[in-house]
Write a protein that binds this ligand. Structure first.
Ligand SMILES: Cc1cc2nc3c(=O)[nH]c(=O)nc-3n(C[C@H](O)[C@H](O)[C@H](O)COP(=O)(O)OP(=O)(O)OC[C@H]3O[C@@H](n4cnc5c(N)ncnc54)[C@H](O)[C@@H]3O)c2cc1C
Length: 285
């Protein structure tokens, strides 16, 4: 049963405010159980999130009421009415019209807490990350590599650096076995053996705590061990790049990526904010 307290915890809206929204009719009165307790539904969660988002964008309670009517699937306004995208650059500002907007801004490599920015500590994401590594390996300037994260990218990099370039590779993973997101420990052990047969040293159960880079290389402190390398490659996953979406008021899901429906899409109404004249999507219901 979804009590008012649980609804409050799920939405971050305090109970008194929920009570107030109920009183002024912004959210419907909840059903009652046989013993008389209020029982809220998923629809209440959606409606409340919508209201909170709209309030955060600066709409008054009366305006929120209008927005609710406007975004009601039963109303005439089911298609985006405002379809304008502003592209800003130093040189110019252009306004483009669109029918459907696809946000494909990708992801950025995840950075470990306290990870220093240093040329001896690199991501493996785009060519600019990879090029100096390749040149260093080809010239023999990089001999020892620590790869942090035994996910798909980390395992591939570790094996390639050892097999292709003869580097001395240590693969460091926090979980007990490699590829923990996709393999159980039994199969993970097979991967460990495979990597070891390609001269990769696999150090598992060892979360990286700290880096100490210097001009010659980097020392990595992980699970009680100190690992020294010429360079550390950090491959601990990616974070969705959602700055643009966030700035447009598009709601995010629990992973921090854009919240989508079962078709990986959002049906969005756009409207112009009176104050700024800018266009914003109405928060998803
Ligand atoms: C080492 C490595 C190996 C991989 N191997 C595989 C593989 O074997 N198979 C596989 O399926 N996948 C693989 N992947 C994953 C795959 O590369 C990604 O899933 C894919 O690149 C994601 O594509 P994307 O278009 O969503 O994002 P991206 O390729 O990141 O493209 C997003 C683009 O949007 C641009 N952008 C961002 N913000 C803005 C903005 N505000 N305005 C305009 N432009 C913006 C960025 O500059 C970028 O060019 C690998 C990834 C890595 C790092």
């Amino acid at each position: 049963m979804l009590t008012r307290g649980k609804l409050s915890a799920l939405t971050g809206c305090n109970r008194e405010t929920i009570r107030y929204y109920e009183k002024i009719g912004l959210i419907p009165a909840p059903a009652r159980t046989a013993s008389g307790y209020r029982s809220y539904s998923d629809e209440h969660i959606r409606r409340l999130n919508f209201i909170l988002r709209a309030r955060a964008l600066g709409f008054s309670s009366d305006q929120v009421r209008e927005l609710i009517e406007l975004s009601d699937p039963g109303s005439d306004h089911t298609r985006a009415e405002v379809k304008t995208l502003t592209i800003e650059s130093e040189a110019e500002e252009r306004v483009l019209e669109w029918d459907e907007l696809v946000l494909a801004t990708g992801a950025s490599p995840r950075v470990l807490p306290g990870q220093p920015e240093h040329e001896r500590i690199r991501a493996f994401h785009v060519w600019d990350d990879v090029k100096p590594l390749k040149i260093g390996l080809m010239r023999g300037e990089i001999g020892e590599v620590a790869v942090i994260g035994a996910g798909l990218v980390g395992c591939e990099v570790a094996e390639a650096f050892a097999s292709l370039w003869g580097a001395d590779v240590t693969l460091i993973e926090a979980a007990p076995t490699p590829l923990p997101e996709i393999l159980d420990s039994e199969l993970g052990t097979v991967v460990t053996k495979h990597l070891e047969s390609h001269d990769v040293k696999v150090v598992t159960g060892s979360p990286v705590e700290r880096f100490e880079p210097d001009d010659e290389g980097v020392t990595i402190y992980a699970g009680g061990s100190e690992i020294r390398a010429d360079v550390a490659v950090v491959a601990v996953g990616v974070r969705p790049r959602v700055d643009l979406a966030e700035a447009a008021g598009i709601s995010l899901g629990p992973t921090g990526a854009i919240r989508v429906d079962e078709n990986l899409a959002r049906a969005t109404l756009w409207m112009r904010l009176p104050k700024t004249g800018r266009f914003y999507p109405l928060p998803a219901m």
